[in-house]
Every structure is written in structure tokens, then in C-alpha cells.
Design a protein around this ligand. Structure first.
Ligand code: ADP
Ligand code: MG
Ligand code: MG
Length: 916
């Protein structure tokens, strides 16, 4: 018999770990149902059904029947049928994917209501106004999300009725107004969509379910997924929930709550409540909410019950929960919960608090924070408001320091950001249509809505600075300006500074200070536990606790990319266990350029030797400095990599200089420098390359320019000897760049051995340093087994490997067409940001395996930016690298993610029974 999947689950059949199948919303509704909490009954259609629908454009066979069955049992339980004229059962049709996507997908409330049943609803509730209000909401939501009618058109009709009545809020509309509105909405739907609003409850339900399925591929949903790196092929579940009504009068209402402050992590009562309202009124900010604590005064019994449920949920989920609830005439109903989004600061503080409370262990705490969050905490903040006064203050909704020019609509935000400007998106409130502008902006400022408004929720999710509810601002999008108290007018293009940690908004560019967390890492070790008090102190202790655990857990070591003693010292403070990449090219700049010029111009061996002799002591000094700082730790020094002409004058400049000199030369034959410049020009012309990235560089220089690499190797060896003589323990390693085949490496390695032997002889100190190579060309990866015969170590240069594998020159492609590539879904994230696991990563994996087969003890690491990217770090852990190397500032992120990779890897193994 063919396997027929089960497409529909009653709430009682599910649980919280079925997110992939039931979506977060469906899984958690099931969990709450089974915890005995007051959830209106309902059922969930699986993501599998959605995937089948998206693949074929049609409902999978069997779905209709299953829905029918579950609906029938819901009707039996409720004692009334969907849309039953005298007493209609109404339901909501709610989207819910495995990952929470706030406001991205569409939900329709009040399904089942029609001309035939609106009277029955009114009679049952004893409230005409309520029934017509529910009906107009249904037509509005259904028209917009199911029939694709522009939502603004409904708003316009609503505004018109309000205006005619002189009403400032929808609450002032009476039954007659709402009846008129229903008629107007129906006409609008018929005109705009060419279809009548469906009167049959079952058609409403079927159409709404399909619309939710289809909304998975809506523009906003796609954009959000791209931003959050959520795969496109998961699909959404659909939950169908019996309606409960918060719009039944003053003793009803709807609200949202957090069990802890999602901005700071502090425990307490956080949330917003809105009386006599339904569904999304709270987050949409159409009326001003009251703080949740006020509910105690309004309805003490419901308030107490809510707090009790919040405690149950937090103990059960062992985490910050975010909740939607509705009170229908004094009865509390839970409509949603999920583990809440939070700021980076809150993530660290909550994880550490929960460990201290004994609810989770240190491994779990480590799983619950991310490298991206740590990176955010290391960003600078605004200097304390010593100098400038804020022009206004709003709610600190998502921390950070954002400076940019004010813009008033999302299109301008996108356009200006595209031109390289920093912008702050200023709106009265945001809605999902503003998403592209929010992505483009440095920060978001709104005049309405609380900590749970759309702007706040989305900004926190994206890690963007946000101040919301700055109510003193008069935002005028039509005239592209806002007015702050005291008549301060800020027009489009004026620079403002927005502090998401304090809620302050400043005119102009406010000065910024480094983050406490970055300072803390920088400041070696804070021995005195009491040195920092209060909120900052708690955050630093949380970071320390989790970092210490990451360091205990991680298998990979971390090294830094550092070129100078100073950088190396900084790297040590950030936790470096060596240097993975010391570039030598900067050592050829400045004053030293003249030696490079001499080297290039040398006609004879003597000339060349003289140039190299001049460079030798300078290089030795450079290396000895870093080896001193990194005493006892490995220091991988890369031989010269870039093409030599990078150290020579620019072709055009030099041509002009020579031309001028020649013109003068006609008058004054003995013009000094003229002859040298002419020779240099000839050399620059000779060395000019069409594609320097693929030209004479890396190991090729070592093979073509006699003595250059030998000089560098000698400088390294002599520096090591110097350190030994000074009582140190140097661990220098020689790294040969851009090797494509083993022979190239063998030649340089043999040369190195001769140098080591000579230096040992001359100094009486034995030197035999490891010689290895960068793997940064596809051919090197493909022949890594052979190359390993001549290499003591590999360091993957994943930046060049990405360029050469994709055939992209990074500088040329990133700015010119990467946005189109991201839009077109060629990749979800730039392969220069996160290593492309399927292509470039596969080459690395192959080279790791074949390198180890040849030489089991070969040391394997990665240098380059990917070494500090969270996702890439976990990838490198998974394929078995020994270390990652990245810039000093990224080291804490690398340490944290290496630790997370270790504990997450264990969790994976447990999940699939230890088989990998
Ligand atoms: P979102 O994912 O945008 O939050 P939801 O599916 O949670 O969408 O629904 C939107 C709003 O409608 C929420 O405020 C929710 O609490 C409310 N809602 C959903 N289902 C019901 C229901 N059966 N009864 C009353 N309110 C509901
Ligand atoms: Mg919701
Ligand atoms: Mg390279």
C-alpha cells in the first residue's frame, strides 16, 4: 500500500518538537493544549501539505478529506457548525512556519462569517456592533490576503467613514457605520478583484488555506528568509483555530507579553494590552496600548491567571517566552507562545541567568547564544549624552548606535543606501511593506507603537538599531520631514543619530564610544569581580561565563591574522593561540619601496643581492618583534604574495613624469632621475598585467625572482635564532602562497632547507622550521594528496579559493552584481562572507582528507575572513580543521562559535544515535 502521509493534526496530537511539520505556531499551540492551558480548540495542516501544494499548485489528495474530518470533530466539540446561521462557529486560519517570521505570512480571522450568519453572531453575543465589526474585519483581511486587494483601499474606506463621522478611532463607529463599511468593502472586493466576497463558509476556509500556502512565496516572506538565511523550501503550516473575541466590549481585549524583557533580559512583567480589540490591533499600533501591568487594575483575575501561565511556560520551555493572549468577557485564552526573540545583550544575560537558576546547563547556555550576537555586543555605542541634548526620546526597542540621514519611505531608504549613504528610516509605524527599507537602513525610528510593535520586533530580529514610540515626533511622510518638540524640523537628508539602547534621538552625528564588551576583552583580565556593577557588570559576567565554557569545549584552536607586534599583542588579549597569517607585503611599503625598485631594476646578480641585503635586516627585525610577542606560540609567516608592480609607481603617473622629464631633458640633458625613471617605466610596462590576480604573484615570484624568497626565509630563520639566543621559544612557520602543484612547493622547500642549514652553520643554533603552503587554488585542493608530501601544514586561503573556484574577482563583482545574484537566489549569502560549503567547502574537505591520508600529522587551518564567520567556523569544525585564524577583533566570535560547534555537534550525534 502506498504511504499516505498524515496531513492534519489536532492540537492534542502534536507537541513542541514538531516545528518542522506543524510550524512553530502549530507545535506550540499543541504543546500548550497538552499542558492543560486554555487554548481554543483547533488543528494544524502540515508543512508537508504546503510543500505538496507549492510543487503541484493543487491540494494533495487526501487533504480535503482530513480537513473535513477535523472540522467535523471541532464542530461537534463546539456544538455548532462553521458559519451556522443562527450561531456560527468562526475560525482563524493562521500561517506558521518552522522559523518564526513575524508579520511575514498572512492570517485571516473570523472565517465563517457571512450575510447569513452575521445576525446570528449578533444575537448570540447580544451585540450587533461586535458582529458587524467582526464581519468588516473578515472582508478586509480576506480581501487583502486571499483576493489580493490592495490593503490601503480598505484603509481609505475606513478613514472615509471615520471622517464622515468625525471619529478619531474605529471604536467610535457604531453598528450602522460598520454595516455601511461592510457594504463598501464588498463593493471594493468585487471591483478590485473581479470576484464577489464568498458567502459559503467552506469556500472561505478552503480559499484562506490556499492563500496561506501561497503566501510562503510572497515577496515579503522571501525577503525576510533571505535576510535571515532561512531555506526557501520548507513551506508553512496552517493552523485553524476556533475564534475567541477580544472585541466584545470593555471587559474583553487582546495583548502580548514576554516573560522577561527581550531588550535587557531582566525578569518582570513586559507586554502591551489593548481593550476591546481583536488580533493584530496590538502590534499594528492603530490605537495606543497600555502597559501589561495596567491589566492588573482592569481585570485582576485574568491578570493573575496570565502571570501564573507565564511562569508555567517559562519553567516548561526553560527560556524567555513570548505570548499572545485574548480575554473574552473575563475569560483568558492563550493564542500563541514561542521562545521569544531577544537582543544580543538579553541572549547572554538570560542564558547565564537560567544556568544560575539551575534550569539549563552551560552547554545549553552556549547553544543559546550566537557569534553574530557577540559581534553585535562588540559594536561601539554613543558616548554618554554629555554634550548634546537629545531632540526627543522614544522606547529603546533594539540596541545599537545608528547614524544616518533621515528618510521617510522605504523606497528612498533603499535608493539612498544603494548609493552608499547611511540612512535612518523614520515612520509613524512600520508594517511588512516597509521591510526592504528596514533592511537597507542603519536604524529605524517610529513615533508610534511599543516594544512589541512591528518595527521593534523586526529590528530586533535583524539586529538593527530601533527606537519606537517616540510620540513627541510629528512625522509627516508626505512633506518628507518630522518635527520634534521645540519646533526642531528634520527634513529628508538631515543627519540624525538614534540610540537603540537608551531611546534617545540626536540631531547630527553623535560621537560614539567602544562597547563595554569589546573593552572588556581588550582589558586583559578583570580580576576584581566587583569592578563593574549593575547592568553592564551582569552582561560582562554573562559573557565571561559563556566564553569560558566555549574555551573549555572547543576542539579547534584560534589564531589571529596579524602583521605587527602591536596587532599580535592585541590578538593575544582577544584570546589568540598563535598567528595563522602574518602577511609580509606591508613590509615592502614606504621607505622600503626603493629597495623593491632596485630589486626590479637589477641587471646583475650583484645589484640584486645588494637590494636583498638591504631588505634582510629590516625583515628580520619585523619577524623578531612578532615572535617576541607570540613567544611559545606558532607564527605562520607568508612569503611575499602580491605582484611586484604593486610596489612600483603607478603606470600613468610614471609615464607623465617621464614625459615631463624628457621635455625638460631637451633643454637640460643632465636632469637628475630622468634615466632611472625611464628604466623604471620600462619595468612597470614589462610587469604590467591584464589580470594581476592570476599573474606573477605568490610562489611564482619565488621561482622567477632569484633570491627573493631565500632572503625572506633567511630573515625568518635569523629572527628565530635571535629569539632563541634571547631565551625565547619561537615557533615560526614558513608559508608559501598560491601553490598549484607540488613541484612549486618542492623547489621553495629545498631552498628553505638550504637556508636553514646555512643559518644553523653560521649561528650554531639549530633551525629547521616547518614549511607549508596555502591551499587557495582549485588545483592545489585537487592535488592536495601530492602537495602534502612536501608540506608540513596547509592553511586554506578561502578568499582566493572562493575567487578562483567561482571565477570571481571579488573587488569587481561584489559591488557590481552581487545584489542581483542574491535577489535571483544564486546564493543566499555572499560566498565571501560565509564559505560556500557545496563548492569551495567541498574542495577544502577533499584537501583535508587527502592531505591527511598522505601525512596523518599534517597541521590544517584556515586563514582569512571566513575564519571569523560563525557559519563558516562551524563548517570548518565539522570537516576537522585544527584551527581557524581571523582578525583579532573577530577572535571572540571564532572562539564562541568553535565552542558552539563542539556542543552542537554532540547534540546532532545524540539526535541521530551517534551515527554520522
Ligand atoms: P502572526 O503570525 O502575524 O502573529 P497570528 O496567526 O498569530 O499571526 O494571528 C494574528 C493575530 O490574530 C494575533 O494577534 C492572534 O493572537 C490573533 N488570533 C489568531 N487566531 C485567533 C483566534 N482564533 N481567536 C482570536 N484571535 C486570534
Ligand atoms: Mg502571532
Ligand atoms: Mg591568497
Amino acid at each position: 500500500m502506498p504511504h499516505t502521509p498524515k496531513f492534519v493534526y489536532a492540537f492534542a496530537e502534536g507537541h513542541k518538537d514538531l516545528k518542522d511539520l506543524l510550524g512553530g505556531k502549530g507545535a506550540n499551540l499543541a504543546e500548550m493544549t497538552n499542558l492543560g492551558l486554555p487554548v481554543p480548540p483547533g488543528f494544524t495542516i502540515t508543512t508537508e501539505a504546503c510543500r505538496a501544494f507549492l510543487a503541484t499548485g493543487d491540494e494533495p489528495s487526501g487533504l480535503r478529506h482530513e480537513v473535513e474530518e477535523h472540522l467535523r470533530s471541532l464542530e461537534t466539540r463546539m456544538g455548532r457548525r462553521l458559519g451556522q446561521p443562527d450561531d456560527p462557529l468562526l475560525v482563524s486560519v493562521r500561517s506558521g512556519a518552522a522559523f518564526s517570521m513575524p508579520g511575514m505570512m498572512d492570517t485571516v480571522l473570523n472565517i465563517g462569517l457571512s450575510d447569513a450568519s452575521v445576525g446570528g453572531l449578533a444575537a448570540q453575543a447580544g451585540d450587533d456592533r461586535f458582529a458587524w465589526d467582526s464581519y468588516r474585519r473578515l472582508i478586509q483581511m480576506f480581501g487583502k490576503t486571499v483576493l489580493g486587494v490592495d490593503g490601503d483601499l480598505f484603509e481609505e474606506r475606513l478613514e472615509a467613514v471615520k471622517r464622515a463621522k468625525g471619529a478619531s478611532s474605529d471604536l467610535e463607529l457604531d453598528t450602522a457605520d460598520l454595516r455601511d463599511l461592510v457594504a463598501a468593502y464588498k463593493d471594493l472586493v468585487a471591483d478590485a478583484s473581479g470576484t464577489e466576497f464568498p458567502q459559503d463558509p467552506r469556500s472561505q476556509l478552503g480559499m484562506a488555506v490556499r492563500a496561506v500556502f501561497a503566501s510562503w512565496n510572497g515577496d515579503r516572506a522571501r525577503l525576510y528568509r533571505r535576510q535571515e538565511h532561512i531555506p526557501d523550501d520548507l513551506g508553512t503550516a496552517v493552523s485553524i483555530v476556533a475564534m475567541v473575541f477580544g472585541n466584545l466590549g470593555a471587559d474583553s481585549g487582546t495583548g502580548v507579553a514576554f516573560t522577561r524583557d527581550p531588550a535587557s533580559g531582566k525578569q518582570g512583567v513586559y507586554g502591551d494590552y489593548l481593550a476591546n480589540a481583536q488580533g493584530e490591533d496590538v502590534v499594528a499600533g492603530i490605537r495606543n496600548t497600555v502597559p501589561l501591568a495596567d491589566l492588573e487594575r482592569l481585570d485582576k483575575a485574568s491578570y493573575d491567571r496570565l502571570l501564573e501561565i507565564m511562569r508555567v511556560l517559562e519553567d516548561h520551555y526553560r527560556d524567555l517566552c513570548d505570548i499572545e493572549f485574548t480575554i473574552e468577557r473575563g475569560t483568558l485564552w492563550m493564542l500563541q507562545t514561542r521562545v521569544g526573540k531577544r537582543t544580543a545583550e538579553a541572549a547572554f544575560r538570560i542564558a547565564a541567568q537560567l544556568v544560575e537558576q539551575g534550569l539549563i546547563d552551560d552547554d545549553e547556555a552556549l547553544r543559546r547564544v550566537t557569534g553574530a550576537q557577540l559581534a553585535q555586543l562588540m559594536f561601539p555605542r554613543f558616548a554618554d549624552a554629555g554634550g548634546s541634548e537629545p531632540i526627543t526620546r522614544g522606547i529603546a526597542a533594539s540596541p545599537g548606535a545608528a547614524v544616518g540621514m533621515a528618510v521617510f519611505d522605504q523606497a528612498t531608504a533603499v535608493a539612498r543606501a544603494h548609493d552608499g549613504e547611511r540612512v535612518i528610516l523614520v515612520r509613524r509605524e512600520t508594517n511588512p511593506d516597509d521591510l526592504a527599507g528596514m533592511v537597507a537602513a542603519e536604524g529605524i525610528l517610529t513615533s508610534r507603537g511599543g516594544k512589541t510593535s512591528h518595527a521593534a520586533v523586526v529590528a530586533r530580529g535583524m539586529g538593527k538599531t530601533c527606537v519606537c514610540g517616540a510620540e513627541a515626533l510629528q512625522v509627516d511622510p508626505a512633506r518628507r520631514r518630522f518635527t520634534a518638540p521645540g519646533g526642531v524640523v528634520v527634513a529628508e537628508g538631515d543627519v540624525i543619530s538614534v540610540d537603540g539602547s537608551t531611546g534617545c534621538v540626536y540631531l547630527g552625528e553623535a560621537p560614539v564610544v567602544p562597547s563595554a564588551v569589546a573593552d572588556h576583552f581588550e582589558a586583559e583580565h578583570v580580576e576584581d569581580e566587583t569592578a563593574t556593577h549593575g547592568e553592564v557588570g551582569e552582561l560582562l559576567r554573562a559573557v565571561d561565563r559563556i566564553m569560558a565554557h566555549a574555551d573549555r569545549r572547543r576542539r579547534m584552536r584560534v589564531r589571529a591574522n596579524a602583521d605587527t607586534g602591536e596587532d599580535a599583542a592585541r590578538a593575544l588579549r582577544f584570546g589568540a593561540q598563535g598567528i595563522g597569517l602574518l602577511r609580509t607585503e606591508h613590509m615592502f611599503l614606504g621607505e622600503r619601496r626603493k629597495h623593491v625598485e632596485r630589486l626590479v631594476l637589477a641587471d646583475t646578480d650583484d645589484d640584486r643581492a645588494a637590494a636583498l641585503d638591504a631588505l634582510l635586516p629590516l625583515q628580520r627585525r619585523d619577524f623578531a618583534d612578532v615572535l617576541a610577542v607570540m613567544d611559545g606560540l606558532p607564527v605562520t609567516i607568508r612569503l611575499l604574495d602580491p605582484p611586484l608592480h604593486e610596489f612600483l609607481p603607478d603606470l600613468t603617473d610614471l609615464s607623465v613624469r617621464v614625459a615631463l622629464a624628457e621635455a625638460r631633458g631637451a633643454v637640460d640633458e643632465t636632469a637628475a632621475g630622468g634615466a632611472d625613471d625611464a628604466a623604471l617605466l620600462a619595468a612597470v610596462r614589462r610587469l604590467h598585467e591584464h589580470n594581476p590576480m592570476l599573474g606573477l604573484r605568490g610562489v611564482r615570484l619565488g621561482l622567477v625572482i632569484p633570491g627573493l624568497f631565500a632572503m625572506q626565509i633567511r630573515a625568518i630563520a635569523e629572527a628565530a635564532v635571535e629569539r632563541v639566543r634571547a631565551g625565547g621559544t619561537p615557533h615560526a612557520e614558513v608559508m608559501v602562497p598560491l601553490v598549484a602543484g607540488v613541484r612549486e612547493l618542492e623547489i621553495i622547500r629545498d631552498e628553505a632547507r638550504e637556508v636553514f642549514a646555512a643559518v644553523s652553520r653560521e649561528t650554531g643554533v639549530e633551525v629547521a622550521l616547518p614549511v607549508g603552503t596555502m591551499i587557495e587554488l582549485p588545483r592545489a585542493a585537487l592535488t592536495a594528496g601530492r602537495i602534502a608530501e612536501a608540506a608540513d601544514f596547509f592553511s586554506f586561503g578561502t578568499n582566493d579559493l572562493t575567487q578562483t573556484t567561482w571565477g570571481f574577482s571579488r573587488d569587481d563583482v561584489e559591488a557590481s552584481f552581487f545584489t542581483q545574484y542574491l535577489d535571483a537566489g544564486v546564493f543566499g549569502v555572499s560566498p565571501f562572507e560565509t564559505v560556500d560549503a557545496d563548492g569551495v567547502g567541498r574542495l577544502v574537505d577533499l584537501a583535508v582528507r587527502e592531505g591527511r591520508t598522505t601525512r596523518p600529522d599534517i597541521a590544517l587551518g584556515v586563514c582569512g575572513e571566513h575564519g571569523g564567520d560563525p557559519d563558516s567556523v562551524r563548517f570548518f569544525h565539522a570537516i576537522g580543521l585544527d584551527y581557524v585564524s581571523c582578525s583579532p577583533f573577530r577572535l571572540p566570535v571564532a572562539r564562541l562559535e568553535a565552542g558552539r560547534a563542539a556542543v552542537l555537534g554532540q547534540a546532532d550525534k545524540r539526535a541521530d544515535g551517534g551515527v554520522r
